[in-house]
Ligand binder design. Structure first.
Ligand code: UT7
Length: 342
């Protein structure tokens, strides 16, 4: 689905006004996984680009990371509060209620609208589109959009194919009402899904399907499972298609893109997507070596780190593209604004 472009220059738009992130202190290098699983540092680096990932300490929850990232994004925006808080996550603190109201309360914003967005690794792009919708519909002037995960809580410690990829973390942006055409204005968006392929990425147990089946969960069914090879192919195809669609809608060519900040699924996936779009590898920001695949947190975490390192500079044109379980995918573009550090 390509969103209809109604926001020509001068019209209302959602504008990025702040960015921040939060990583748990503990890092797990590949060697630590290789000590307990049938894998190696060389395999993980060559097949995924990952050297280490951050893992939340016992006693931590997704909301803790979300609050850390959200507070930094608010500080960077210069605004103490917003009208709505959206948290994109696959790993909410509890199945019920959503994590966002607690995050809003802990950030001193009891009373703000707050809800979670569930689209696995595409969650942040879906949340950006939802937040932009709230702003364009005049429901909110400012929205805090957070991607936060403690993905380690979903992993089967004995499954080498997933344990080596995923990490924990959070990233956030503040969106404010502004005008299309100004630096930071988001859009257009491209969003899509393919529920026929839902089984490729799933947590089999714990939902209504399993509970109402009358069959108790088999051991391990509470963990995240992924058909890696097939997902790889879908990820390349869908992110490439979505990125191309959004560029066409924006009237940009690959030459116009200074940086692609894609979902950090696997460095080989990013390289294939870049090739498919016609972007040289040096224009693809990558932080996967240090943080792994942090699912819904991956894009805002990458944006904050790229901004902090001076890689993203004001006036540069940025393409965001993501793919995840569902299956889901989504892309958007913006010109990077001048922001305070978080
Ligand atoms: O975040 C959005 C959703 N997720 C993704 O986009 C991730 C998509 N998938 C991937 O990133 C990759 O498919 C993986 C990293 C999961 C796997 O890499 P691959 O290159 O596709 O490996 P493979 O599954 O084709 O396996 C190749 C070999 C197999 O051995 P045989 O059958 O050739 O003997 C696997 O058993 O590598 C083996 N293998 C491993 N070996 C060492 C699989 N995982 C590991 C491992 N260490 N961790």
């Amino acid at each position: 689905m390509v969103a209809r472009r109604t926001d020509t220059d001068g019209r209302r738009a959602a504008v990025v006004a702040g960015v921040g992130s939060c990583l748990p202190a503990r890092t797990v290098p590949n060697e630590e996984l290789a000590a307990r699983l049938d894998t190696s540092d060389a395999w993980i680096r060559s097949r995924t680009g990952i050297a280490r990932r951050h893992v939340a300490a016992p006693g931590t929850a997704t909301s803790d990371l979300a609050v850390g990232a959200g507070a930094r994004a608010l500080k960077s925006s210069g605004e103490p509060a917003v009208d709505a808080v959206l948290v994109a996550t696959t790993t909410p603190d509890r199945p019920c209620p959503a994590t966002a109201p607690l995050v809003a309360a802990r950030l001193g914003m009891t009373g703000a609208a707050a809800h979670d967005v569930s689209a696995v690794c595409t969650g942040f792009v879906y949340a950006l589109a939802s937040a932009a919708g709230l702003i364009l519909a005049d429901v909110a002037e400012r929205v805090l959009v957070i991607g936060a995960e403690t993905f380690s809580t979903l992993l089967d410690p004995g499954d080498r194919s997933t344990s080596v990829i995923f990490g924990d973390g959070a990233g956030a942006v503040v969106l404010r009402s502004g005008t299309a055409g100004e630096p930071g204005a988001l859009g257009p968006f491209d969003l899509g899904s393919d529920g026929e392929s839902e089984a490729l990425i799933t947590v089999p147990a714990g939902g209504s399907r399993q509970r109402l089946s009358g069959v108790p969960p088999r051991p391990g069914e509470e963990f995240f499972t992924m058909s890696g090879k097939e997902v790889f192919r879908h990820a390349v195809r869908r992110m490439t298609g979505s990125a191309k669609a959004v560029l066409a809608r924006a009237g940009w060519t690959a030459e116009d893109v200074d940086h692609m900040v894609g979902h950090q699924a696997n460095s080989r996936i990013t390289q294939h997507v870049a090739e498919g779009i016609g972007l040289p590898p040096q224009r693809c920001f990558s932080n996967i070596a240090e943080v792994g695949n942090t699912a819904a947190a991956s894009i805002p975490l990458a944006l904050d780190q790229a901004h902090a390192k001076g890689v993203l500079r004001p006036g540069q044109r940025v393409l965001l593209t993501a793919f995840g379980g569902g299956l889901t995918w989504g892309s958007t573009v913006l010109t990077w604004p001048r922001l305070d550090p978080s």
